[in-house]
Ligand binder design. Sequence first.
Ligand code: ADP
Length: 787
Amino acid sequence: MNENIVFREHTMTLIPLRGLAIFPYMVLHFDVGREKSINALEEAMVSEQLIFLTSQKEAEIDIPTVDDFYHVGTICKIKQMLKLPGDTIRVLVEGVSRARLREVIQEEPYFKAVLEEVEYLEEAEPDKETEALMRSVMDAFEEYVNVGSKVTPEILLTISDIEEPDRFCDTVAANMNLKPKQKQDILEIFDPKERLERLYEILLEEIEILEIEKNINMRVKKQVNRLQKEYYLREQLKAIQKELGEDEEALDEIDEYKERLVKMKIPKEIKEKIEKEIKRLTSMSSSSAEAAVIRNYVDTFFSLPWDKETKDKLEIKDAQKILDEDHFGLEKVKERILEYLSIRKLAKSMKGPILCFVGPPGVGKTSIAKSIARAMNRKFVRVSLGGVRDEAEIRGHRRTYVGAIPGRIINAIKEVKSKNPVFLFDEIDKMASDFRGDPASAMLEVLDPEQNKEFTDHYMEIPFDLSKVLFITTANSLSTIPGPLRDRMEIIELSGYTEMEKLEIAKRHLLPKQIKEHSLAEGFVKIPDKTMLDIINYYTRESGVRTLERTLGKLCRKAAKSYVENPKLNMVKVTSANLEKYLGKHRYSYQMVAEKPQVGIVTGLAWTAVGGETLSIEVALMAGSGKLVLTGQLGDVMKESAQAGLSFIRSKAKELKIDDEFHKNMDIHIHIPEGAIPKDGPSAGITMATAVISALTGVPARSDVAMTGEITLRGRVLEIGGLKEKALAAHRAGIKTVLIPKENEKDIDEIPHNVRRALKIIPVETMDEVLENILTAEDDKEDKNEN
Ligand code: ADP
């Protein structure tokens, strides 16, 4: 036994505590309720206010006996007592010193015992081992505090100041969260070194436990955190997607896009560009406007026939058969087409020129292009350029424009689903250009085989190969096709049809087609030739057969109606007698020419976009001041032409036996009826001059003679265009003689034989010759003129 330890004897009241142990220097309050304990307290209070507190071995025991509590405890000073409601007293005590029980000398009404209080004598030299132990305990306690015990770190300062090993031990133990057994262990060891060792041991154990606890805590916390975070994020994502109206469908769609893209055989750059767009789509709400724009774009991309084309069939014999099947006549045109196809067959890679069909409406330009597609086994697509004045219509709008769409070309390609169709540009002569750019230059690029391999639509932003497309164009007139475009095309002219040709076309093609379209039995509508000619002459006035086809359609509708009303009917025969019943009154009068020669009325011939026309030019004279009035929607060129004619007449007034003052005292009014149709061009020059001369001289002009030709100031007759159409129109109108410029003699060959035979065509060079042929020599006036 350590000789520095001594024990002093005391007699003192005793209280066994439940689940509590008190160390010296420790302040503690606890509640006392057991009667025996209260008695002990009261006794202590009347003496030195000291009391011996020891722990019960088992807290549950209510009435403990001597063996039920530990025999080492702490002598405490009672600092305060507080009576609580009920029979409980709250006591505040401070530990003074440890003591061991020698014997219990009284059990009732409270425990009284003889104790041995421990006392440590001051050591002369501090023991190095003790010092070292204290430091170890201090370090361990520090770690204990830091590792997460619930001890406040401030206590470390207080403890580090304590030098007495005993007090040091008590204070450290008092500040730890120890089990009652551990506390009792520390209390019961009296040797300071042994005590320190035991405390150190306990500390290490506790630290380890705390560390494990901490690890577990962290792990659990981490897990909980992760789960919580994930759950939270997932919920948030759901909420966001819901808010954005996103659904599985949108994601499926994106996957589908990706899949399709992988399978496509297209250049890498294009793939990458589309991939990028699809990626952008992934990162945005499917219902946003921007996503809609991108989706549209991607859809357009996928709907283009990047790698789809039809296999060409280039058997010239078959092609000829198909062309003949679909169209009557047009021999020259068919021949040119077959030549063109042969060249393509010979040199597949050779880019032939672009075909351009020129002619009035309804002469079969579109339908012959369709036949070409059929003959080559290609798909057919048609785009009208009429009225296109904006380059963007051809080439599309950039996607930065709201509501941008691809241009007409890409749209048509998308529709036709083949990259090598026969592509018809209708009315290429009707393109206009203005501040929005020149569509013609865009067309140049499209039609140029060098450039159209990489045709880039503004909307698509990626090149599409148009080089396999067979382009065909149509126009009503050559003169308005922009020059550079015209140079690139091989012009094939289709002129109007004669009455007889129309009859054949109607019989062989139009009527059967209409019967079929109206779901009638073959041959259900019968129209004899004579009636068909009546239809042609009284219900249509055109170069082509469009109105004729429409009129036949109307007849078929009526026939279908009759059939529905009377299913027993097996045929409808249309005759000249019942024609009016079906089609109403005649729309045009056949005999346009006046019966008798008339003064101041001359028949001219015009050539408009819709074909040839006869024009009845009228002149009236009035007393006046020499004004020239022109009416009937005449263009500037026509007005100038009238002026030129007038100047010629003035210069020749004497020869023509006209009062040379006529330009001073007379107003001249030239009128060309059917004012609704705009007329222009110089080819009515000689007609207007003749009508004025007839009016001024009073000599009637023959009504069965028509004429066409430009006039010069000297009275020369100059070349005009569209002779064939004009001749057809004259023939239709029942004209017998046609005066044409001598320079146009070369075109006479183009006029169909039957028309040439029926017409007397007289080429003329001067106005004298014109007048000779038209101003009649039948009556007195004529005689007078000749004199
Ligand atoms: P365009 O394109 O010149 O205006 P379309 O090709 O539209 O004329 O022709 C109008 C209609 O007349 C079409 O139904 C077409 O089949 C028919 N047609 C024109 N010419 C002939 C022809 N020579 N033989 C048969 N049908 C024709």
